[in-house]
Design a protein around this ligand. Sequence first.
Ligand SMILES: Nc1ncnc2c1ncn2[C@@H]1O[C@H](COP(=O)(O)OP(=O)(O)OP(=O)(O)O)[C@@H](O)[C@H]1O
Ligand SMILES: [Mg+2]
Length: 331
Amino acid sequence: MANSLLEMDDLRISFFTPAGEVKAVNGMSCALNQGEVLGIVGESGSGKSVSVTALMKLLVRPGKVVGGGIKFDGRDILAMSSKEMRGVRGKDISMIFQDPMTSLNPVFTIGNQLIETIRTHTGMPKKEAADRGVKMLAQVGINNPEKRMKQFPHELSGGMRQRVMIAMALSCSPKLLIADEPTTSLDVTIQAQILDLIKKMRDETGAAVILITHDLGIVSEICDRIMIMYAGRIVESGSVDDIYYSTAHPYTKGLLGCLPGSSKGVRAPLKAIEGNPVDLLDMPKGCGFASRCGECMKICLRENPPSFPIGEGHVSACWKHVPVNASEVRP
Ligand SMILES: Nc1ncnc2c1ncn2[C@@H]1O[C@H](COP(=O)(O)OP(=O)(O)OP(=O)(O)O)[C@@H](O)[C@H]1O
Ligand SMILES: [Mg+2]
């Protein structure tokens, strides 16, 4: 993985709360290449946002990285000073969030914010930054961009605000764009447009993308690779085809069972996976998914499974991939 843009190695993150240590990320390792689109999927609370927050070095108390490392473009993120990191954030790594209203400042115009972002990272004169801002808005499909520059965030629709965020995030040509549930607050048609836009931007700029979502349906469209997270661990990762057609991990199978089926063109409601997520304050000794798993064996309760290679670039952390365990009597 010598040429990886991003490498996370056994990353561990805990929140030290009055109730105890919440182990939110429990040994996450992954690598991302230039221009690659990686989807991170997992149910609520599985550690998706916390891990990218650590990558942006925006984790605040009581959260703390308690182990492992993050390397971006050959640099050790965790060792960087706040000042060094400010130079990376927004320039080399940009992030768009679920709700653009939380990231756009309501008292400044779109133009103000866009120009400011561009100038901070490029030092461009104001006029040039304004031209670039207009160009970026047009590029993300916003009509009448000159007029939009003069408008305030509340004057724009949700989909348009998310487009502005994407324009802002891409205005300094980052090497990595992180999109944390960028379409959750939007309706289905706008969701599809935003995902198309992210894909188009990746093709045009060559930026790598991390797309976080609850929804496996969304990632299949635009991702090269998918990582499935459960209880702060990656339980399966592989290409879109690996995940869909050679599904290995019982949790992934559960998630795929949750995909909305289409009967007569109507989206059926999501089926939930039975059982409750693990208590991160009291992580089980074995596999985190064991208590909800229909294929659980004795060893699953005793030991957390490592990642087993299933095929080229396809890994799954499940004891059933070791044939000898198959003979174990289920508890
Ligand atoms: N400030 C906090 N204090 C204590 N625990 C926290 C805090 N923030 C996050 N956590 C813990 O970290 C876990 C992972 O949170 P994270 O926000 O990464 O989940 P997520 O996978 O992004 O979920 P969602 O899909 O709902 O956004 C949560 O289950 C929660 O227990
Ligand atoms: Mg989240």
